[in-house]
Design a protein around this ligand. Sequence first.
Ligand SMILES: Cc1cc2nc3c(=O)[nH]c(=O)nc-3n(C[C@H](O)[C@H](O)[C@H](O)COP(=O)(O)O)c2cc1C
Ligand SMILES: O=C(O)C(=O)c1ccccc1
Length: 401
Amino acid sequence: MTADHTPSSSPDQPPPPLSGFQDEIYLQGLLEDRVPPYPTDPARLEEAARRVLAAGPFGYVAGSAGTGATARANREAFDRWAIVPRMLRDVQHRTLDREVLGTQMTAPVLLAPIGVLSIVHPDAEPAAARAAAGLGLTSVLSTASSTPLEEVAEAAGDGDRWFQLYWARSPEVTASLLARARAAGYRTLVVTLDTAMLGWRPQDLDQAYLPFLRSIGIANYLSDPVFRAGLAKPPEEDPFGAVAHWAGMFSNPGATWEDLAFLREHWDGPIVLKGILHPDDGRRALDAGMAGVVVSNHGGRQVDGAIAALDALPLVAEAVGQDLTVLFDSGVRTGSDVVKALALGARAVLLGRPYAYGLALGGEEGVRHVLRCVLAELDVTLALSGHAHVDDLTPRDLVRR
Ligand SMILES: Cc1cc2nc3c(=O)[nH]c(=O)nc-3n(C[C@H](O)[C@H](O)[C@H](O)COP(=O)(O)O)c2cc1C
Ligand SMILES: O=C(O)C(=O)c1ccccc1
């Protein structure tokens, strides 16, 4: 996306006072004395979502593993880095555009794969995909989607499609999911490695709430002929039997680095490993012929006490950043956070919970609002820090508090 603030040819006409994104999001509202339809502040956004959601779904999205130490650490890590703005560097012509693994993006921001989105809004994954595609951004569809992947592919339109894989215990089911994803036009595969099982999540345990037990989040399996062939009875007759079968096979705790060869054989596009936190695992990804990694602790939902994702980022970027595309998620809430993650070596970031809150509040419109706020603040923060393009950011633009 380009925000061109070239002064107009007429000297009497001042250039627009705010950036292109801000003009539309806020300025009109300010002029008309009207507040935005959804909060622009991430904490208030979460609070607004809490008010419209039932306790179970809200807890599922907002919750994290154990005491929440890692989820908090993700945010604290952002607070420990400070941007050092530079002056007088001509930031009139700016662009956020970036190419990521062959996908042209209007900004280095993707929607993270979030399963079971129908627990927050009936329009679920297709609405999120439409919101992203409408802004020239990419959304990563979860295997645990509440909508079959073919339907979401249609909603996403012409843009490049990315699919996240939960690597099933059954190679036949995994191969079937991959074949369907390829046939539906997904080109980039994101393989999530940090969820060999769900983390220990007291929030959900104490509310006895798990979407899967209500058959939510298993649409890609229920629509899969190979998965269905393994069921004793059709899911329509025995829904719980289908859920139990899914629970026993959705992931493979026995997987090792050697098994990645199987995925290579079944996927011809770029493969990205999600959940990498150790530089040595980054190097192993490189050795295994992967195209990239997502430095992520799953938003603090898996290992309580794990390293903050942002603390892991510079180490992984240093180890493999020259050779692999390093992406980042976990704790990104604002455009300023995006600047920090890019400066520390991320090629792009994935946004998680905030867009689920936007979806809860306003469906597609709510997701668009959240994305536009992040992009607007990214543009402004970049400009005010003295950078005309995201490529200009380096670790030297930050100091540690
Ligand atoms: C409700 C919920 C469901 C998620 N489902 C998936 C999933 O199906 N696959 C996956 O790889 N990650 C999943 N994630 C993790 C996100 O992709 C991402 O790593 C995380 O949300 C980033 O942290 P943040 O929420 O602090 O931005 C999920 C996260 C949430 C909050
Ligand atoms: O809840 C999650 O974090 C998650 O990754 C997940 C795992 C399986 C199904 C749905 C979501």
